[in-house]
Design a protein around this ligand. Structure first.
Ligand code: ATP
Length: 373
């Protein structure tokens, strides 16, 4: 079973901690995306799993076999780890046809002619390039080249696939198409995938689990919707989601059981905590987090009024900025709607998943419903 386990995995380059004590269990047939801002350690992590980079410390096992251990002084070379690699610059051999490109690795592995012929056909059907087998790479579009590269990687049937931004050279439309193809492929080939991307949409849509890193440190490892709804800390809440989550600094005025009275610089709110990770007490400094689509705008009735500051309709949704006094909210309204700038409307908070974070540690305290008082 190709489960990948990283234990205290660390890589330092001089004074830079590229990856810092990473513990991760990637289960068999997971599709894990490594996500985070530039320089957070995604590629270094992938390269350490593949064997292209030697960790400073820690242990890596793949399918129950230790492939690296600083303590036991084990370090298997990449070709002994039974992993398929696909990188951004997937460089097909230009002087070889598509067929030869896919067959090349299998010939090196001493597959028989008959096995190779069968496998190339299977791969061609799988990534839909059967009619292109006699062409040279220069005669293919970017998307077709990408498919050939995938076929070449998959041909030896690796049980672990490691990919580093494999779609970043493609245009937006093709990238979207290839994402869907990759997800379907993952279902069909039943392998474990680790996939580096800095594109949060790509990370969220492809993954069974997202591993979000910042400065080499794991921030959260969870399925996409858990990451979205229950971010472990302010960094995760802020990094995931477009437009970004609204954050407001506040002070806890009073706590009555699960009900918390909060004061921002201008507003007074009551939050009823439905989920609680830590105790809150009066005087605590906190941060309130609200997803833009969890805020509703309604026609004016004179209760909780806001003023429309700007509006960006895009057909499927409209991104609105609205103010209560000087407090600006970013709001997403789904559907073909638009609003009048400077008009006055009602604002309401119908969700029960507004988040509360500790201002000092930035960790999530809990989630609940919210109302203006
Ligand atoms: P990006 O999204 O920009 O590709 P990343 O998350 O993949 O970034 P890494 O390439 O893993 O980040 O780099 C992590 C850190 O390690 C960065 O600070 C980087 O500058 C540093 N680093 C990576 N490789 C080396 C190297 N060979 N020598 C020195 N520093 C390195």
């Amino acid at each position: 079973m190709p489960e990948i386990i990283l234990k205290n995995l660390t890589k330092t380059f001089g004074s830079v901690n590229a990856v810092d004590n990473l513990d991760l269990t990637i289960e068999d047939r997971d599709f894990v995306t490594l996500l985070g801002p530039s320089g957070c350690g995604k590629t270094t992590t992938l390269r350490m799993i593949s064997g292209l980079e030697t960790p400073t410390a820690g242990e890596i096992s793949i399918g129950g076999r230790v492939v690296f251990s600083s303590e036991k002084q084990i370090n298997l070379s990449p070709d002994k780890r039974d992993v398929g690699l696909l990188f951004q610059n997937y460089a097909l051999w230009p002087h070889m046809t598509v067929l030869q490109n896919i067959a090349f690795g299998l010939e090196n592995m001493k597959w028989s002619k008959e096995e190779i012929r069968k496998r190339v056909k299977e791969m061609g059907d799988l990534v839909k390039i059967s009619d292109l087998l006699d062409r040279y790479p220069s005669e293919l579009s970017g998307g077709q080249q990408q498919r050939v590269a995938i076929a070449r990687t998959l041909a030896p049937n690796p049980k672990v696939l490691l990919m580093d931004e494999p779609l970043s050279n493609l245009d937006a439309k093709l990238r979207m198409e290839m994402r869907a193809e990759l997800k379907r492929l993952h279902r069909e080939i039943e392998s474990t995938v680790v996939y580096v991307t800095h594109d949060q949409l790509e990370a969220m849509t492809l993954a069974t689990k997202v591993c979000l890193l910042e400065e080499g440190v794991l921030q959260q490892f969870a399925p996409p919707l858990v990451i979205y709804d229950q971010p472990a800390n302010v960094f995760v809440g802020d990094f995931i989601g477009n437009p970004s989550m609204n954050f407001f600094d506040a002070k806890v005025d009073r706590v009555e059981g699960e009900m918390i009275v909060l004061r921002t610089s201008e507003l007074r709110l009551e939050m009823l905590l439905m989920k609680k990770d830590y105790e809150v007490k009066s005087g605590d400094e906190v941060i309130i987090g609200l997803r833009p689509e969890d805020i509703e705008l309604k026609p004016y009735i004179g209760e909780n009024t806001c003023t429309i500051y700007s509006t960006l309709p895009s057909g499927m949704e409209t991104v609105v900025r609205a103010k209560i006094k000087n407090t600006m909210f970013s709001i997403v309204v789904f559907g073909r709607v638009d609003f009048v700038v400077d008009s006055v409307m009602e604002i309401s908070f119908p969700s029960s998943n507004y988040l509360l974070f500790n201002k000092e540690t930035k960790e999530k305290i809990g989630a609940g419903s919210l109302k203006l008082t």
